[in-house]
Design a protein around this ligand. Structure first.
Ligand SMILES: Cc1cc2nc3c(=O)[nH]c(=O)nc-3n(C[C@H](O)[C@H](O)[C@H](O)COP(=O)(O)O)c2cc1C
Length: 191
């Protein structure tokens, strides 16, 4: 008998977490590998797998914090020149034990519309978020100025960067953001 409950449970209980409400506990390597493996099983037209991930943990997060600080300073954000805001980029990154880049590496020569490759990366990201939830991890997909910056992408060696996912164990369950009812979003065609 098919059992939809585990996957539906993960879908329903994946909620975007607050960076400042994570515990400092590290995430075990086998859990991280399970989450990354789930990402690689996403649908991808032609099995082109246009994704790459760089995982920052432990002391490696200082390199990411330094990169975010420089990328933020180079960004068009209103407060980009503010040294306190730049310094905060270095501190904030340490609030989550794991950061994973979402890099789009389209195999050459390009064979598909760009959006198909990009959506495959998004499907991989969602698989990652759901697998993380199933492992009891809190998560968030972040796309702030430093996290999608061309400078950050260049330093990662990523042709395109679609943000980061951070993972960690939450102190409290993140709140639900309400969803519109199905009737607002679905059209049924029955005859
Ligand atoms: C592509 C993408 C980028 C996002 N970037 C941010 C972000 O930069 N900052 C943020 O607070 N949330 C970000 N989010 C998370 C959304 O805010 C969140 O999914 C939404 O509020 C719904 O809440 P839920 O995920 O708990 O259902 C992003 C989500 C997606 C799909």
């Amino acid at each position: 008998m098919p059992d939809a409950r585990p996957v539906l449970h993960a879908i329903r209980h994946r909620r975007t977490a607050d960076l400042l409400k994570l515990r400092p506990d590290p995430v075990p390597q086998d859990v991280l590998e399970a989450v990354l493996t789930a990402a690689t099983w996403a649908p991808t037209h032609g099995n082109r797998q246009p994704w790459r991930f760089t995982v920052f943990t432990g002391e490696g997060r200082h390199r990411l914090g330094d990169l975010f600080a420089r990328a933020y300073a180079a960004s068009t954000a209103k407060d980009a020149a503010n040294p306190d805001v730049q310094a905060n980029q270095r501190v904030r990154v340490l609030k989550a034990p794991v950061w994973i880049s979402l890099e789009l590496h389209i195999p050459q020569p390009p064979k598909l519309p760009h959006w198909e490759e990009e959506h495959a990366l998004a499907a991989a990201a969602q698989n990652m978020l759901l697998a993380a939830t199933a492992h009891g991890l809190a998560s968030k997909w972040v796309s702030g100025p430093a996290m999608v910056s061309p400078l950050t992408a260049a330093e990662l060696g990523a042709p395109e960067l679609r943000g980061f996912i951070f993972l960690g164990y939450a102190e409290t369950t993140p709140p639900d953001r309400p969803r519109a009812p199905l009737e607002d979003k679905v059209v049924w065609v029955r005859e």
